[in-house]
Design a protein. Structure first.
Length: 468
């Protein structure tokens, strides 16, 4: 390989030999950062207009730059842009093309900035747009979940602890529990967006610049709330990417828990729900199979998202201020996290409204597991027994039920009176599943009226978000 000086490099001035070909590939990021091209152009436009406003560029130079960048965007959109690894990254590819197109004005664009503040700006812009699309899908999933919940405020299913039948709940209550998790995720996403939305542009390489730049001008033009405070921090900070990945890890954990339930519920053993065929696949060998692939894959994808969070934390942990090339490693984990979260939410937002609960099967399952045993204990407490004694009495009744294969509500009054003589006919009101759920009639409880109200509140929370 020729070691002669390479004149194509934008930083080649102080170098006497060409970059090693392998090193060139090893250090290049254009293979993955080209996806920030639109943000890079947007940032350059804002920077150029600001330079014009402080008289660093002439009107003609700005006009050339605007025309050249528009042309470049067009070439990229049409797939005609020649990306080159020799130009290392998205920033230098675009700048070199601009100079090729418009000549000397192109070389002036980089006045008063550095790739360090440029890349920091691009990632923030890119992630902000991604957050907005993800927020849209998350909202769509919440709407579907809340609608399904509102349609099932009286559909009774067993509630579980330790995956053992515990007490009956309504299906809508379970779905609204999912929504609570998602609502917190939404809040975390918005917190991340708020902290992200500041402009690092103008920090230049690390210390600021000697030109009379107007950082508030570029910040406003790019839709940032304000410029960042400190130039060293501006070029080195990747907290926003870590925060996003932390949001993502927790969201994916929630989707994974939901997936686990969908997988269980759609099994022949539970048989609580039917997942629509279009979200499942068959087996190439077992003709009877309908596999819940979408929930399974989402559950599986938590692994990579958790991994990306750890990757970014580890990437940052030993970096001295300010910018280090290490930071180039931030993009692939971040981009993959964005893609994974968006696709998982999209799949879920499409799938959840199409879930068909099997009300009779759920009801029967709730009846089978002595799920109203606590209700009987509470009944005995109302008759005057201390709770611990009531617990003991009901335990004996359940043991008898297991022995003879009968639910508490299937036993005769006389049988029940063998365990506590004070029991009266009205006990059957609390032993029914309907009686059991209706009795839990307080904020946060599973009574159908409460669940109806909770669904209304959840819906208005989500709607208020869209109005704002
Ligand atoms: N490709 C680089 C990155 O992703 C851009 C910034 C390069 N800056 C530098 N001083 N080498 O971080």
């Amino acid at each position: 390989m020729s070691k002669e000086k390479d004149t194509s490099k934008l930083w080649g001035g102080r170098f006497n030999e060409a970059t090693d070909a392998f090193v060139q590939r090893f250090t290049a990021s254009v293979g993955f950062d080209l996806r920030m091209a639109a943000q890079d152009i947007e940032g350059s436009l804002a920077h150029a207009r600001m330079l014009r406003s402080v008289d660093v560029l002439t009107p003609a130079e700005l006009e050339d730059i605007e025309g050249g960048l528009a042309q470049i965007q067009k070439e990229i959109d049409e797939g005609n842009f020649q990306w080159s690894i020799e130009l290392e990254d998205v920033h230098m590819n675009i700048e070199a093309r601009l100079t090729a197109l418009i000549g000397v004005a192109g070389k002036k664009l980089h006045t008063g900035r550095s790739r360090n503040d440029q890349v920091a700006t691009d990632i923030r812009l890119y992630l902000r747009a991604a957050i907005d699309s993800i927020a849209g899908e998350l909202t769509r999933l919440q709407q579907g979940t809340i609608d399904l919940a509102a349609a099932h405020t009286t559909t009774i299913m067993p509630g579980f602890t330790h995956l053992q039948t515990a007490q009956p709940v309504v299906f809508g209550h379970h779905l609204l529990a999912w929504n609570e998790m998602l609502e917190r995720d939404y809040g975390r996403l918005m917190d991340c967006r708020a902290r992200l939305n500041q402009s690092p542009l103008g920090a230049a390489a690390l210390a600021g610049t000697t030109y009379p730049i107007d950082r508030a001008h570029t910040a406003a033009a790019l839709g940032f709330d304000k410029p960042t405070e400190n130039s060293l921090d501006s070029v080195s900070d990747r907290d926003f990417a870590i925060e996003f990945c932390a949001f993502a890890a927790l969201l994916m954990t929630h989707l994974s828990r939901m997936s686990e339930e969908l997988v269980l519920w759609s099994s022949a053993q539970f048989n609580f729900i039917e997942l629509p065929d279009r979200f499942c696949t068959g087996s190439s060998i077992m003709p009877q199979k309908k596999n819940p692939d979408v929930p399974e894959l989402v559950r599986g994808k938590v692994g990579r998202v958790n991994g990306h969070l750890i990757a970014l934390l580890t990437l940052m942990k030993s970096q001295p201020l300010a910018y280090n090339k290490d930071n180039q490693e931030d993009k692939e984990p971040l981009f993959d996290t964005i893609d994974t979260v968006f696709d998982s939410l999209r799949a879920y937002a499409d799938m959840v409204p199409a879930i068909k609960p099997k009300a009779e099967v759920m009801h029967e399952a709730a009846r089978r597991g002595f799920s109203t045993a606590t209700d009987l204990a509470d009944y005995l407490v109302r008759l005057g027994l201390p709770f611990r004694d009531a617990h003991e009495v009901v335990g004996k009744a359940v043991a008898h039920g297991i022995e003879c294969g009968k639910d508490l509500s299937d036993m005769t009054l006389t049988t029940l009176q063998n365990f506590c003589a004070d029991i009266r006919e009205d006990v059957f009101e609390v032993l029914t599943l309907e009686g059991s759920v209706t009795a839990r009639n307080h904020l946060g409880g599973t009574a159908p009226d409460q669940v109806t109200e909770a669904a209304l509140r959840a819906r208005s929370t989500v709607q208020a978000r869209q109005a704002s």
